[in-house]
Write a protein that binds this ligand. Structure first.
Ligand SMILES: *Cc1c(COP(=O)(O)O)cnc(C)c1O
Length: 402
């Protein structure tokens, strides 16, 4: 099997698993307990906190453990909105954020907040001028993701952070896809809040963190026993946090080597696929992208068919189209790049991981060429004689309501 869907989730590393096991067995103490079993659990949680902080150049006490990226995004955005609503009720974000950010912003709109969703250019990157123009006197929060989960495009967060700081606006970054993959420095980018998830960086699922810059106050959403500095009550997920900390430590120690390795595989993969498959295109910016992301689209292809046939060949990837039915929405991220639904349906996201090797490239690119070729032979949108896609004459199509 060749797994290339690491942006959906990544396999738990052996060292991470081994670090967790004692905390599922004999080291089962509650970190709030004062006897040694509790103190030992507490110590393990604090070591993990140090490792997570180090990975993003934060102070240890600026890290709050959560149940994952989704909770961290909710905590940051609602926490700031409810804390600062007397100051203003305007929030700025982008149209390509993860649903954890978009649905949270939409929820806040039902509570009287106003949200500006910035567009992106066709390379998937926001226009700084649009951001500057969107800022109002009552803007309380700017939330911009670091790297996009579908197209891997990296946003200019240092520039955004500079503007936010100058205007005195709180700045949140969903860095779930970038932490552990590329350098993330909360100080350099003037970030106030930053979301991280363990399972996207070879740690266990159901655990994550929110970085909250010292001095930034948010409204508490989860009330109870007062754990995590009174911001996130509930007995800590000790084994999960320990695994997350170990994964963060490994990511920190191997950051440069992994970037170099993944970039080499990614570039070869992009080259081979574009070379072997006619009418294949890369989604997102060619340079400003995660070292592990290769997002393609193929003319006259349905992504679901492609995924299933690749799966049958032991290759795992993802498609950007929710469903081939016209009634269901195509990927909003790819739409935001200005692509037509028909183009979006033929998309394939391959997200590499440290387990992948340069040898995988040949196998995967050959499999894609083979599967795309055979799917096209059956496609009414493909001219098999000329080996090119047919010009679509929209007038020949009638809408069918299902
Ligand atoms: C996966 C992901 C999330 C959600 O993280 P979970 O830990 O799965 O809740 C949020 N934002 C981005 C960009 C993601 O890729």
């Amino acid at each position: 099997m060749i797994y290339m869907d690491n942006s959906a989730t990544s396999p738990v590393k052996e060292e991470v698993f081994n670090a967790m096991v004692p905390y599922l067995k004999e080291e089962f103490g509650n970190p709030s307990a004062f006897y040694s079993l509790g103190r030992s659990a507490k110590k393990a949680v604090e070591t993990a906190r140090e490792n997570v902080a180090k990975l993003i150049n934060a102070e240890t006490r600026e890290i709050i453990f959560t149940s994952g990226g989704t909770e961290s995004d909710n905590m940051a955005i609602k926490g700031i909105a409810f804390k600062l609503e007397d100051k203003g009720k305007h929030i700025i974000t982008t149209v390509i954020e993860h649903p954890a950010v978009l649905r949270t912003c939409e929820y806040l709109e039902t509570k009287g907040f106003e949200v500006t969703y910035l567009p992106v250019k066709e390379n998937g990157i926001l226009d700084i001028e649009d951001l500057k123009e969107a800022i109002r006197d009552d803007t309380i929060l700017i939330s911009v993701m670091h790297a996009n989960n579908e197209i891997g495009t990296i946003q200019p967060i240092e520039e955004v952070g500079g503007i936010a700081k100058e205007k005195g606006i709180t700045f949140h970054v969903d860095a779930v896809q970038s932490v552990g993959k590329i350098p993330v420095d909360v100080k350099k980018a003037n970030i106030d809040l930053l979301s991280i998830s363990s399972h996207k960086l070879y740690g266990p699922k159901g655990v994550g963190a929110l970085f909250i810059r010292k001095g930034v106050r948010i409204e508490t959403l989860i009330h109870g026993g007062g754990q995590e500095n009174n911001l996130r009550s509930g007995t800590e997920n000790v084994p999960g946090i320990v695994g997350f900390g170990k994964a963060a430590e490994i990511a920190y120690n191997n950051l440069d080597a992994n970037i170099e390795k993944l970039q080499e595989i990614r570039d070869l993969l992009i080259g081979e696929v574009l070379d072997k498959v006619p009418e294949a295109y890369l989604n997102g910016d060619r340079e400003e992208r995660l070292p592990n992301n290769a997002s393609f689209r193929f003319a006259a292809i349905e992504g679901e068919g492609l995924i299933l046939r690749l799966d049958a060949k032991g290759i795992n990837g993802a498609t950007g189209s929710a469903c081939s039915s016209k009634n269901l929405k195509a990927s909003y991220v790819l739409s935001a790049l200005g692509l037509e639904d028909a183009e979006i349906h033929g998309s394939l996201r391959l997200s590499l991981g440290v387990e992948n090797s340069i040898e995988d490239v040949e196998v995967v690119s050959d499999a894609i060429a083979d599967v795309v070729g055979s799917l096209r032979q059956m496609s009414p949108l493909w001219d098999n004689e000329k080996n090119e896609s047919l010009e679509l004459d929209e007038s020949k199509f009638t809408d069918v309501d299902h």
